[in-house]
Write a new protein. Structure first.
Length: 320
């Protein structure tokens, strides 16, 4: 489907950046946008209740961009989804590119993604591969994406395989599915991808167009990986929608109280029939690691695999 034409003085794409206490890295992030080969873009930066010098860094960069192209909004500190929705509400551009306040866009990033979205009007979202950098900006690794939209779809129904700071999406389509959902904070991107898949295609450029910074404060750096359980719940919600079942009813409070219990209850009610054996087994492992009893779940998982003839997976259940 073609993008709506931007209004006069509205850029084709806006870069959406949530920032909370990001003064140490934000300048480098904005410098990477100043170096973009594609110039018709705006920036909507949500200063999400920062207590450091983030606001001062923003102010120092406003004049370095064309007039009106760097817009700084104030967030209430209610989490990343709330901050992103605050930014989205002010964006008129047909395309939105995400970037975090500690990551860097390669000079060709916007140009390449806009071209890909133009060539694939049925794509609702496009990600890229990333170079992983450490706190000092040194490249230490890289992460790849699936090579086709078909493979991306398959992988997304197993796990999140796209990197949030790399994505570019069609604003009207994200608005259509309701934007970001706060009770999935930590896996808010994965929940969004799964909802978009119900309306169109998602793909990725197999180029490293973002430098993704790893540091100890990240949600995904938590060794106990509670965000993975939130992602598990997002996947169960997507499978429920796919099969005409009401989404599990839960909120951020119940999840924060005990995500393992919420996940266990949902799996016990619906079983593992819609999950791949490998995904189901890893889900059960995460529930066990969180010290939630899973004997009934192990029974369901063993029975489902044994009945289907998945003897190897059934045997692995005994080790969970």
């Amino acid at each position: 489907m073609p993008d709506a034409q931007p209004q006069e003085n509205t850029p084709l794409v806006s870069v959406l950046i949530p920032a909370r206490n990001a003064a140490a890295t934000l300048g480098e992030t904005l410098d990477s946008l100043l170096a973009q080969s594609y110039r018709d873009f705006g920036i909507v930066l949500v200063n999400d209740a920062s207590t450091d010098d983030t606001q001062q860094v923003c102010a120092s960069y406003i004049r370095r961009f064309p007039k009106g192209r760097l817009q700084v909004l104030s967030g209430l500190g209610n989490g990343i989804s709330a901050a992103l929705n605050t930014g989205l509400a002010s964006i008129k551009s047909p395309l939105v590119a995400r970037l975090d306040a500690d990551d860097l866009a390669e000079p060709l990033r916007l140009e390449r993604q806009i071209r890909m979205m133009d060539r694939n009007p049925d794509w609702l979202l496009c990600g890229t591969e990333v170079s992983v950098i450490d706190v000092d900006g040194q490249v230490i690794d890289h992460m790849e994406c699936p090579r086709t939209s078909v493979e991306t779809r398959k992988r997304l129904y197993e796990k999140c395989c796209l990197y949030h700071p790399t994505i570019m999406f069609r604003r009207d389509q994200v608005e259509r599915v309701g934007g970001y959902r706060s009770h999935f904070d930590g896996a808010e991107d994965y929940d969004l991808y799964l909802r978009l898949l119900e309306h169109g295609k998602i793909g990725a450029l197999n180029e490293r167009l973002v430098r993704y910074r790893l540091h100890p404060g990240q949600v995904t750096a938590n060794k106990d990986r509670p965000y993975r359980m939130v992602a598990d719940m997002a996947l169960l919600c997507a499978l429920a929608r796919m099969h005409g079942i009401a989404e599990p009813c839960f909120d951020s409070i119940s999840l924060s109280d005990d995500i393992a219990l919420a996940l266990r209850a949902e799996v016990q009610e619906h079983g593992f029939s819609q999950l791949s054996p490998k995904v189901a087994r890893h889900m059960a492992k995460r529930i066990k690691k969180a010290n939630a009893s899973l004997e009934k779940i192990k029974g369901l998982l063993f029975h489902t695999n044994a009945t289907a003839g998945n003897i190897k997976e059934a045997a692995k259940v005994l080790l969970v």
